[in-house]
Design a protein around this ligand. Sequence first.
Ligand code: NAP
Length: 262
Amino acid sequence: MNLTDKKVFITGGSAGIGKALIEELSNHGVEEIAVMGRTAEKLDALEEDFPSVEFLKIQGDISQLDHIKSAVQKVKEEWGTLDMLINNAGVVSAGLLEEISDEDIIDQVNINVTGLILLTKHMLSLLKETSEGALINISSGLGYIGMPFYSVYAATKAAVKHFSEAMRRELSDYPIHVMTIYPTATDTAMMETAKVDDMDSPKEVAKATVDGLINKEIEVILGGEKQRAMVTKNMNEPLKVDEQIKDQFDAIRKRAEEHRSM
Ligand SMILES: NC(=O)c1ccc[n+]([C@@H]2O[C@H](COP(=O)([O-])OP(=O)(O)OC[C@H]3O[C@@H](n4cnc5c(N)ncnc54)[C@H](OP(=O)(O)O)[C@@H]3O)[C@@H](O)[C@H]2O)c1
């Protein structure tokens, strides 16, 4: 896929993996990027950080349908076309299920899944007009392998996985490449409250994503061979994975006990 001249809409492009994706896309010649996020200052900073990019800054919350509708309206008015939608914004709140607040459960589902689906739905009429485009959904390693203390987050990311797969099949008559990304622990603000040492950099995730796009991969699984083997094992021998996780239960609890980025 040739990325030059593509018009890209990304949620959560003002930090972490999303911001690294903007850098990687800009290095491949993308010059027009619409970014949706809740914090105006973080959106404003993008203009200084990436002077070669013309930004359409959209302050809004992906969990609010009226914000989604006005974001789509803005793209229609300003651009009239769209080549690529990157559903990247996400939040996490870990813990034993009965210890996660009701609000954090509702917000994780609304931001990570419902908002993502609604934004995709409302952007589709624009996206379907592209001559060569993409729909990229950022899931998580936990979308493939459910882990204790991440029941809600893992459920949202598994939903993203299946939504993405279904959309790939639904859009097969259109020149829209649908791909799903599965990062494992990545060194961003989202992980500040998790106790994890060995993390990918957001740049590594962004590079793997854009390389995957250029090569038209449908899935990009981060975390190396070890993670890919674990995904296969979880699919074929889930009870063996249960045993493995039972042994690591306290260590996982320790890593997750304060993990919250909402
Ligand atoms: N970091 C990891 O280890 C990891 C691993 C696997 C998957 N992921 C996934 O990768 C994606 C990016 O994560 P990250 O680590 O880069 O997170 P991050 O550093 O916390 O950045 C999240 C971005 O999303 C935006 N955002 C959050 N809630 C939003 C909302 N309701 N509406 C609009 N924008 C919102 C944030 O901006 P505002 O706060 O200003 O809205 C920010 O720009 C997420 O989907 C995450 O689940 C991350």
